[in-house]
Design a protein around this ligand. Structure first.
Ligand code: GYE
Length: 351
């Protein structure tokens, strides 16, 4: 009797496990096991790290979008600025047989192999924020993020218009650039735009050194710039957190930050406009101009997933509209690539 019973149980189990989409609680917590849910969509998100306020806002946007109430199970992995960690996370997502992989890549290159593995496993990959540079663009479904070169062009055009309005000669601009993480799209685009504008306008771009998008590194790099050069009058920071560190360094050296270059102040130009402290600094004229970078990509990625679920093909590249912020009244509008951008007062983040 016992024998017959166990055979029946065995057959039942075998039949059930072949039915797919059955939730097996004992699978929970085992990293590489298949994650199965009743009906929610499983999303594996490889975030690159937690270096800035922009990044925290981006993580928050993803976490508050891909909730159980919205019909998702989100598996979040923090790559801690290391591509190897992100590659490992993607491989784990593949083993777990997630429905979608979302990747915010730390740098652009080096993704071909792992994205090929995802493609072979038929898991669509959505790239968010920074881009990937791959030989075959069919390795990812689509990308959504900012036009970083455009952000840089806006900041540079604002500076150009400011110097014209103030009668500052191009060769009297002595600029240092504190770059982001080298090889990241946000760094590549923003660095390029400044270098192009300096060449075209005859500005003195004295140095460019990576600040890794962090406050601590921004401060450290600025301290060494101040020892090296005594004529810096513009600091181009590739994000707001670096700008906060730069302000600390300048003030600690007994110098003043602000828009009055002719009066001996050092002007700070920056990117993001997410950090409340940075926005307050704009209100105090400690940061003179910020090119906005929008981090709220959660709902955008959700819209892409919904479109893929419905069998549609979303646009391969979707760029987010962004503003330029300054309180200075000398430049009210800039024109970049034939498009006008009104220079606006920044808005403090809600909440
Ligand atoms: O500007 C910076 C962050 O890739 C757009 O990364 C992002 C950049 C953002 O660390 O603050």
């Amino acid at each position: 009797m016992k024998k017959i019973l166990s055979v029946v149980v065995f057959i039942l189990c075998t039949l059930l496990s072949g039915c797919g989409n059955i939730y097996l609680p004992e699978n929970k917590g085992l990293d590489t096991d298949k994650i199965t849910t009743d009906e929610s969509i499983v999303v594996g998100f490889s975030q690159l790290g937690a270096e800035s306020d922009w990044r925290s806002a981006n993580t928050q946007s993803m976490k508050s979008t891909f909730t159980e109430e919205n019909g998702y199970k989100l598996i979040f992995e923090d790559g801690q600025q290391k591509q190897a960690n992100q590659i490992m996370a993607i491989r784990t997502f593949i083993q777990q047989e997630v429905d979608y992989i979302v990747l915010a890549p730390v740098i652009e290159t080096g993704w071909d192999t792992v994205l090929q593995e995802a493609k072979d496993s038929k898991i669509p990959v959505i790239i968010v924020d920074r881009k990937v540079s791959v030989s075959d663009e069919s390795l990812f479904a689509c990308w959504v993020g900012s036009d970083f070169e455009l952000e840089g062009k806006k900041a540079a055009e604002w500076l150009k218009q400011y110097t014209i309005a103030k009668g500052i000669a191009p060769q009297d601009l002595h600029i240092v650039n504190i770059q982001g993480t080298i090889g990241a799209s946000a760094q590549i685009g923003r660095t390029k735009s400044l270098a192009d504008a300096a060449r075209l306008n005859g500005w003195d771009l004295m140095a460019q050194v990576p600040g890794d998008f962090t406050q601590a590194k921004g401060k450290e790099v600025m301290e060494s710039f101040l020892k090296q050069y005594d004529n810096i009058n513009v600091v181009y920071c590739e994000n707001d957190n670096e700008a906060l560190g730069v302000i600390e360094a300048i003030e600690a050296a007994g110098k003043r930050v602000g828009s009055d270059i002719k009066g001996g102040e050092i002007m700070i130009i920056s990117f993001d406009g997410v950090n409340e402290e940075a926005i307050n600094y704009i209100l105090e004229d400690k940061i003179t101009c910020i090119a906005e970078c929008n981090p709220h990509h959660g709902p955008r990625v959700q819209a892409i997933i919904e479109s893929l679920e419905a069998g549609h093909t979303p646009d391969k590249f979707s760029y987010v509209d962004e503003k330029i912020f300054s309180l200075d009244i000398n430049v009210k509008k800039i024109t970049v690539d034939g498009i006008d951008y009104e220079v606006a007062a920044p808005v403090l983040p809600v909440g």
